[in-house]
Design a binder for this molecule. Structure first.
Ligand SMILES: Nc1ncnc2c1ncn2[C@@H]1O[C@H](COP(=O)(O)OP(=O)(O)O)[C@@H](O)[C@H]1O
Ligand SMILES: [Mg+2]
Length: 330
């Protein structure tokens, strides 16, 4: 499989969230050696993610209870935790699929989903949120491919729609990205003709097509048959340290140990501990972490299903610190 570190991404953008001028096909250049970007292809630039005092409630149920995290550009973070602990909600908050109840999330200093006006936060118009999301790719447990589109069409769709890349260029780039995830022989097939592992690799190629600064993975292998897990993990491994900031929710402990520079253990809406894998996975300091890891290892802790389950509710009233206006007055 070709190393994804050869991708040239996000070259030439200066302002936060401003689309890079060169997003068309032909950005792939052979590198002199693996891991060394070619001279004319600067490494992909990862985004700095800052999560400050984030709380999120669904009605009376508070599922994020004060999350603070700083994820440096190009870092690889694995988030572990029991089902229902708020991992998916946290990931979905990063690209504003879930508006947070309190606190702020920013990527490269740009607040996601809101515009600050003095002490007031105005929720951005959908169009603005969509623009921000082009910098934040997401890969879901259940692939979410368009069933009526071929692999190439699935990958080319977002650049065509969101960035107005011409069809031929978007499809040429899609073929390159599909080759990078090992699917050069599946370009024109439909999702139903692909295995789960192949569908998930199409979904990863699709997320890469917008040249994101940040890539979020929500249990990307949980829906796969065991024999298909490794092919997807291999693609993510290749992506790690290629420059894009990665956040991966996973139950694959040994994968997290290999690939992540930081492991975050969450339980019941809070971060219980975080640190390098050698610390959190091999020498956890909290009993909750130890119990969780033991349960995963013995197969008694199951990955979340995409339908969230309602274990361990934590009811508290929502209390926004900054008043939020849903009307963007810009
Ligand atoms: N849209 C929603 N409406 C109501 N409750 C939700 C919603 N999404 C998630 N929850 C609840 O929030 C909690 C955390 O869910 P989630 O973030 O999916 O956890 P995890 O990904 O760690 O399994 C769960 O109790 C879940 O039932
Ligand atoms: Mg989840």
């Amino acid at each position: 499989m070709s190393p994804l570190s050869l991708l040239r991404r996000r070259t030439g953008h200066d302002a936060v969230g401003t689309p890079a001028p060169d997003r068309s096909a032909g950005s792939l250049t052979p590198a002199p050696s693996a891991g060394t970007p070619p001279a004319d292809a600067p490494a992909a630039r990862g985004g700095l993610i800052e999560i400050r005092g984030v709380r999120k409630s669904f009605g009376d149920l508070e599922v994020l209870r004060g999350i603070d995290l700083t994820l440096p550009p190009g870092s690889v973070t694995a988030i572990l935790g029991p089902s229902g602990s708020g991992k998916s909600t946290l990931l979905r908050s990063i690209n504003h699929l879930e508006p947070v109840t309190q606190g702020l999330i920013s990527v490269d200093g740009e607040i996601i989903g809101y515009r600050r006006d003095g002490d007031l936060l105005h929720e951005l118009h959908e169009k603005e949120v969509l623009r921000q999301r082009t910098a934040i790719g997401m890969v879901f447990q259940s692939f979410n491919l368009f069933a009526h589109m071929t692999a190439v069409q699935n990958v080319a769709e977002a650049p065509r729609r969101a960035l107005g890349v011409p069809k031929a260029a978007a499809e040429a780039r899609a073929r390159e990205l599909l080759a990078l995830v090992g699917l050069e022989d599946k370009l024109d097939v439909y999702p139903r003709q692909l295995s789960g592992g192949q569908q998930q690799r199409v979904a990863i190629a699709r997320a890469l097509a917008l040249e994101p600064k940040v890539l979020l993975f929500d249990e990307p292998t949980s829906a796969l048959d065991p024999e298909l897990v490794e092919e997807v993990l291999a693609v993510i491994r290749d992506l790690a340290r290629a420059g894009t900031t990665l956040v991966i929710v996973t139950h694959e402990i040994s994968f997290a140990r290999d690939v992540a520079d930081t492991v975050v253990f969450m339980d019941r809406g809070v971060i219980v501990e975080q640190g390098p894998p050698s610390q959190v996975i091999d020498h956890p300091s909290h009993e909750r972490t130890r119990t969780f890891l033991q349960r995963v290892r013995t197969g008694t802790e199951q990955p979340s299903t995409e339908q969230p389950d309602l274990d361990e509710p934590v009811p508290t009233p929502a209390s926004p610190a900054l008043p939020r206006s849903s009307e963007d007055q810009s």
